[in-house]
Design a binder for this molecule. Structure first.
Ligand code: ZN
Length: 436
């Protein structure tokens, strides 16, 4: 991504385009090649006011067009009046406002560069839907799925969504048309590519499986379906003309990925555990090993226990760690204690929640254990009841909320090497009430 295309994240630039040049969201998006929705998100993020629309203030033609285009983007097609009603947001003009601004709903859509509907503004009648469905079924020689239907009709004809809206479901419509009801739908590659392309337009940057899941419509294929059809996620991205997930990772990214899994499972991960728990966008183990001398070298850099050489004590964060981390985030109002980055922003940037940092390193709490027990933990021996209790007591202490602070990834790495007193100064926290 070029410098130019990230401009829309800058508050001043956005303000200038919107308030001084009076461009609408779609127009701003077009300059940098993102959707109007993306621009809207960043405007909100920067608390930039919008020109009044909807509610009691009637929107301008431009605002109405702007909203129509955004709704069309969200739907992936020219909306019917009903669809606009369903998909538009509270802060977007009321659907009825077109009456004061345009001759008709279709004129409004034409002004927005969208294809008009063939039927009246209240949508087609049930009879029209049934006729349309039967026509397509005849053409195809089978009872069509929604996608098959949409792929068969011409521009401006009643869409599958429209039909579905008139009946309680697609199958109900097919029943009314006397057609066979098919539960299962076989996806073709080109249908899947269409879905991937449309979803990717709503997102700038890598289309990870996670992002896809977040943005896809219920009618889009599942990740499983995509992987089954294409063999892999990357293969599917490649077929859709999108950049595959990067295969080259920086040291930092490898370390971060490893730490993520460690946090998730509550201990330093073995290779197979890492493979099982990594996020889809994280490097696979062999890629990581290429960047480092060995798996354990990498773990050392990630400040995690390396099982084989015995130079570190294993430090399970405990089975309750995720709960405890969440408590810390809640106490810190879901913001980085050092720079104020919010949970939402962190997820946007790093694709995961804010991190929770131990002021006194968790490892240091284990130092008081007898060597024999440290050895047992290290070799993953099963522990006696009393030893397990001892470990739990240590974890309770290390995971005391006063020893935890919520931080962003960047601030986390800055805190890591500092003495505790210095750390607490930076995050404006009291000294922890627990000590190793
Ligand atoms: Zn921070």
């Amino acid at each position: 991504m070029t410098e130019n295309s990230k401009k829309y994240r800058n508050a001043d630039w956005l303000r200038e385009k919107y308030w001084e040049e009076e461009l609408n969201l779609k127009e701003i998006g077009d300059i940098v090649g993102v959707s109007g929705d993306t621009i809207l998100r960043w405007m909100k993020k920067h608390d930039i006011d919008r020109r009044p629309t909807g509610g009691e203030v009637s929107p301008s033609r431009d605002e109405y067009i702007d909203a129509l285009q955004r709704v069309a983007d969200r739907l992936g097609r020219s909306p019917t009046l009903e669809e606009y009603k369903q998909v538009s947001r509270k802060d977007e003009p009321n659907v009825g406002a077109y009456k004061g601004l345009f001759d008709s709903w279709n004129t409004a859509k034409e002004a927005a560069g969208l294809s008009p509907c063939s039927s009246g503004p209240d949508g087609p009648s049930k009879e029209e839907c049934v006729r349309a469905l039967r026509k397509v079924a005849n053409q195809l020689g089978k009872s069509p799925s929604q996608r098959e239907y949409d792929n068969t009709i011409s521009e401006g004809e009643i869409s599958a969504a429209n039909i579905k809206h008139q009946f309680s479901s697609w199958n109900a419509a097919k029943e009314a048309a006397g057609l066979e009801v098919v539960e299962k739908h076989g996806w073709t590659k080109s249908e899947v590519i269409n879905s991937i392309s449309r979803v990717s337009e709503q997102h700038d940057g890598q289309l990870s499986k996670r992002v896809y899941l977040k943005l896809k419509q219920p009618t889009d294929p599942s990740v499983d379906t995509i992987m089954r059809l294409f063999g892999s996620w990357n293969q599917a991205l490649d077929s859709a003309g999108l950049l595959p997930q990067p295969s080259q990772y920086t040291e930092e990214e490898c370390i971060e990925a490893l730490q993520y899994v460690a946090e998730k499972i509550g201990r330093s991960p073995r290779i197979r555990e890492y493979r099982r728990h990594r996020r889809p966008t994280d490097p696979v183990p062999w890629v990581m090993k290429n960047s480092f001398e060995s798996w354990n070298d990498m773990k050392e850099l990630a400040d995690l226990y390396a099982y084989d050489d015995g130079s570190y004590l294993e430090f399970p964060y405990g089975s309750n760690w995720r709960n405890i981390a969440e408590q810390a985030r809640e106490r810190d109002n879901y913001k980085c204690r050092s720079c104020g980055l919010t949970s939402e922003e962190h997820t946007d940037i790093y694709d995961r929640d804010l991190e929770v940092h131990h002021l006194h390193k968790i490892m240091s709490f284990f130092e008081i254990l007898p060597d024999k027990l440290k050895d047992d933990i290290r070799s993953e021996e099963s522990l006696s009841e009393s030893d397990r209790k001892a470990v739990e007591r240590i974890l309770d202490k290390a995971n005391d909320l006063t020893n935890l602070v919520t931080v962003c990834k960047k601030c986390h790495s800055q805190l890591e090497p500092l003495p505790v007193e210095k750390q607490t100064e930076l995050v404006d926290a009291a000294l922890p009430e627990v000590h190793p």
